[in-house]
Design a protein around this ligand. Structure first.
Ligand SMILES: C[S@@+](CC[C@H](N)C(=O)[O-])C[C@H]1O[C@@H](n2cnc3c(N)ncnc32)[C@H](O)[C@@H]1O
Ligand code: SF4
Length: 382
């Protein structure tokens, strides 16, 4: 059985049909054998005549390589975080059968996506998520596909081992306070803290690391949690990542004054212990820091005070199958509608390529011309 192995394998590819414009860019890989090299029992249907298309990579018109796909598998959630949901709205957009997300992912992986992150809403609310991870892990890509998950952690303790066994690489858990009362005030669901902590510990235990813990700081709610989170990172051996609050909430409570900025977080954390910046990859959203004694790491994702749009490598698929090229997009691109009308894989690839060309250069948070995104975070997938 032949395995796709990057440059070496590309030499064996032949030009294939991809439409006039696509013919120069879309190539076909011919596969021998009848099963997935990663998982012989794999049930993913092969393309007609055993073909896989691939490309050198996917770029937008600003030259940014698009390698990172986020798929929201539901816009339902069991928490009502004050910075995210009103608590009155439920799911607005519904979701698709996993087979549809899998096809989208397969096409995109064939186009150069190397990381897939499952998110929501709360992705662990979807029955069948473990099997979906297993099927994703069977996708062929130029290098092993990195499959990650962002979850509120409420249901993670029991699912960590099955997810790991299915092929999940790592997990990010959102947790906005390290004391149960503050946590409940933010999530507006009583009793969640112990579940989430158990989820984080289970993820570490089964090897879904490095486990990252995301914390959105919201002035008036949890800015007092900066140092406690520094201690938490050290005690629990997880990477805490503070995220600046963005205007993507259902309640429209955002104002510049509600944002606890990178500079403020760093200044506060330095009162606890000296911190040292660690080098980070250009495409990494978080600036990374460690403490002077080498124990504990944290990051700060600062899209508001230090935007990183110039290095953005992401596109997103919403739970109802729309592509979003930016969190702050004011429109979506209906990939699922293409599938419903019977588009072939190569037609989907051409559609995606066209959409990626429309990726926004940057966001306009805090500027006079800022136009709110057409969806809020819980309905996009963070
Ligand atoms: C939308 S949630 C979906 C996954 C899961 N429910 C969770 O909370 O991890 C993904 C991430 O977006 C973050 N988030 C939600 N609303 C945000 C906002 N307005 N600004 C910044 N981050 C936000 C959450 O804290 C979480 O880390
Ligand atoms: S941040 Fe995540 S857990 Fe909290 S309400 Fe939004 S989607 Fe739900």
């Amino acid at each position: 059985m032949e395995r796709f192995a990057g440059e070496g394998a590309r030499a064996t590819l032949s030009e294939g049909a991809g439409g006039n414009a696509g013919a120069s860019r879309v190539r076909w890989a011919h596969w021998k054998g009848n099963g997935c090299w990663a998982c012989p029992a794999c049930s993913i249907p092969f393309l007609k005549s055993d073909q896989r298309f691939t490309t050198l990579s996917l770029h937008d018109k600003f030259g940014r390589a698009i390698s990172d796909l986020r798929i929201s598998i539901t816009d339902r959630c069991n928490y009502k975080c004050v910075y995210c949901r009103t608590g009155n709205e439920g799911a607005l957009y519904g979701d698709l059968p996993f087979a549809d997300y899998l096809r989208m992912a397969r096409v995109l992986v064939g186009m150069g996506i190397t990381k897939v992150r499952l998110t929501g809403g709360e992705p662990l609310l979807r029955k069948g998520v473990v099997n979906f991870v297993r099927e994703l892990s069977c996708l062929r890509s130029a290098k092993p596909l990195d499959i990650a998950l962002t979850t509120n952690g409420h249901l993670l303790a029991d699912l960590a081992q099955p997810l790991k066994d299915a092929g999940l690489s790592r997990v990010t858990v959102s947790m906005d306070a390290v004391d149960p009362d503050n946590f409940t005030r933010i999530t507006r669901v009583p009793g969640g803290y112990d579940h989430v902590l158990a989820g984080i510990r289970a993820a570490k235990r089964v090897g879904l690391g490095p486990v990252k813990v995301n914390c959105v700081l919201l002035r008036g709610f949890n800015e007092d949690q900066i140092i406690p989170f520094g201690m938490f990172a050290r005690e629990e051996d997880v990477i805490v990542r503070f995220i600046e609050f963005m205007p993507l909430e259902e309640d429209r409570v955002w104002s510049p004054a509600t944002v606890v900025t990178l500079d403020e977080i760093l200044a506060r954390m330095s009162e606890y212990r000296p911190v040292i910046e660690i080098a980070h990859a250009r495409s990494e959203t978080a600036r990374r820091y460690r403490f002077d004694d080498g124990l504990g790491e944290f990051g700060i994702i600062a899209p508001v005070s230090h935007p990183f749009c110039g290095h953005c490598s992401r596109i997103r698929i919403t739970s109802d199958g729309k592509i979003r090229t930016c969190l702050f997009s004011v429109w979506d691109h209906d990939l699922h509608a293409q599938m419903r009308r019977g588009a072939t894989d190569e037609e989907l690839a051409e559609f995606i390529r066209g959409v990626v060309q429309k990726k926004e250069e940057r966001h306009h948070i805090g500027e006079p011309d800022f136009v709110p995104a057409s969806r809020t975070m819980v309905h996009i997938g963070g």
